[in-house]
Design a protein around this ligand. Structure first.
Ligand code: GTP
Ligand code: MG
Length: 454
């Protein structure tokens, strides 16, 4: 039985001018509800015997609103529990177009169905045991994936590879916990079921496993969300020109007046199969102009947020590098490039020099950026499973903290109750990932980030 008895519906495909629009309904009354608008004839309303329809079969029907014929459609029935949500599900494939969708949507509401909230289908699938929480989250990731790598990670999570890893860790914790608690029952007999040094070794190994998995988030987040690539430098060095070159459009205003870009601009870009969030920033310089000052402040924030900083200098103006002076602690993520090589004459630099104007050496710069991005992705992927979700990372960190506490309890000769309390807490935190102990607030927060219809 579902947590909510309402029959919900939403378009499962984009609504617009297209061949068909699929509208999905789910709920214990879904079959009954649609039976009031399906007809086997378009001349008059003649109800089909849907009680005779088998699960997973598709039927040609005519949709009626009272006496009005609305559309010809194909309707597929999925009988609970063999459906995406685990409830009775009906998929209506009507003709595309927002007008038809509105008519069918009004009809379904009239018949008693409710518009689904974002992620409500997947939430029901999770609550009805069709998938665990991490798998349900992977559905949203799969839909949003923009690159091959992101797609692969979402699929690994959806098909349970990630959940199995979590279950493995959880089972280890359950084993240690139960042994410790069993030992408590035999405490009067003085029987030791768990040797302390051995337990310490095992906890240490577990902490290591947790750390490797947690660190994989550094790669995971980049694969999932893209590499933040900030183009920075003094005013007028050609940052916006480089930004436009990579985007292959005149997105940012370019002019020879220093301080043209006031606020940062952000655009997605795929290079070498990697997703980048390309950021053009305001030129950094000392200024009394209030607006420009704010622009510079924002540039500094973007530098902090960046995974890679592309620091641009003007090859004809090498002496005056304010940016160099202001640089602190981000050098390892910086690629330095000189621009305007077409004006260089006989000036030579050891650093990569390009021309955003003529395109000279821009391919070399692109390759350098891709290589650096690849090293970021590969850098922390010692783990066989990569996590991409901040919530999962936080649960693992919390769990690891409890394990570190358990470790110091063992080292200090703490009692079984105390050690087992820490291990049990670690287990609860790791269980939250797959949804074994999630509370309602956590669930609502997760599923509200989904799109409607999933
Ligand atoms: N010759 C030459 N001129 C360039 C090149 N790149 C940019 N410029 C020119 O340099 C001037 C400044 O370019 P922008 O791209 O606006 O520079 P910016 O760094 O974004 O400047 P601000 O937004 O003011 O910080 C413009 O006149 C561009 O046409 C280049 O490779 N060669
Ligand atoms: Mg600019």
């Amino acid at each position: 039985m579902s947590f909510d008895n309402r029959t919900i519906f939403a378009p499962a495909t984009m609504v617009g001018e297209s061949g068909i629009t699929v509208i999905r309904l789910s709920g214990m009354d879904a079959f009954l509800l649609v039976s009031d608008c399906l007809s086997v004839s378009y001349n008059e309303f003649v109800k089909p015997k849907i009680e005779n329809f088998k699960s997973h079969t598709t039927h040609l029907v005519y949709l009626f609103n009272g006496g009005d014929f609305i559309d010809e459609a194909l309707v597929t029935f999925f009988k609970a529990p063999n459906s995406y949500t685990g409830e009775d599900v009906v998929e209506i494939s009507c003709h595309g177009g927002s007008f038809i969708y509105r008519k069918v949507s009004d009809l379904l509401v009239k018949l008693g169905a409710f518009h689904a909230e974002p992620g409500e289908f997947s939430k029901r699938a999770y609550l009805n045991g069709k998938m665990d929480l991490a798998q349900a989250e992977a559905v949203a990731d799969l839909i949003k994936a923009k690159t091959d790598e992101a797609n692969k990670l979402a699929l690994a999570q959806l098909t349970g590879k990630f959940s199995n890893k979590i279950k493995e860790l959880r089972n280890d914790l359950i084993n240690y916990c139960s042994l410790l608690e069993l030992e408590l029952d035999f405490s009067e007999e003085g029987i030791d079921l768990v040797e302390r040094t051995e337990l310490l070794n095992k906890i240490n190994k577990l902490i290591e496993k947790f750390n490797t998995l947690t660190q994989s988030y550094e790669s995971g987040k980049i694969i999932k969300n893209g590499v933040n690539l900030a183009i920075i430098g003094k005013p007028n060095v050609g940052k916006s020109s480089i930004f436009n070159y990579f985007l292959n459009e005149n997105r940012a205003i370019v002019s020879d007046i220093p301080g043209t870009t006031r606020d940062y601009l952000e655009e997605p870009l795929i290079m070498g199969g990697i997703r980048f969030n390309l950021v053009d920033t305001a030129g950094i310089r000392d200024t009394q102009d209030v607006i420009e000052k704010e622009g510079v402040r924002r540039s500094m924030i973007k530098i902090d947020e960046a995974d890679i900083v592309l620091e641009v200098e003007d090859v004809t103006d090498l002496d005056n590098s304010i940016v160099n002076k202001s640089r602190n602690g981000y050098s390892d993520k910086t690629i330095k490039v000189y621009n305007k090589i077409d004006l260089a004459g006989n000036i030579t630099t050891k650093t990569l020099s390009v021309s955003a104007k003529t395109g000279e050496k821009m391919d070399v710069l692109e390759r350098e950026i891709i290589t650096k991005a690849r090293s970021l992705v590969a850098g922390s992927s010692k783990s066989d499973v990569i996590i991409t979700n901040e919530r999962h990372r936080d649960c693992l960190l919390k769990s690891c903290e409890y394990l570190v506490n358990a470790k110091s309890q063992i080292e200090q000769g703490g009692g079984n109750e105390l050690i087992s309390f820490e291990i049990r807490s670690a287990m609860d935190s790791v269980s939250e990932i797959i949804g074994k102990t999630s509370n309602v607030d956590i669930l609502n927060n997760i599923f509200s980030k989904f799109c409607i219809g999933k």
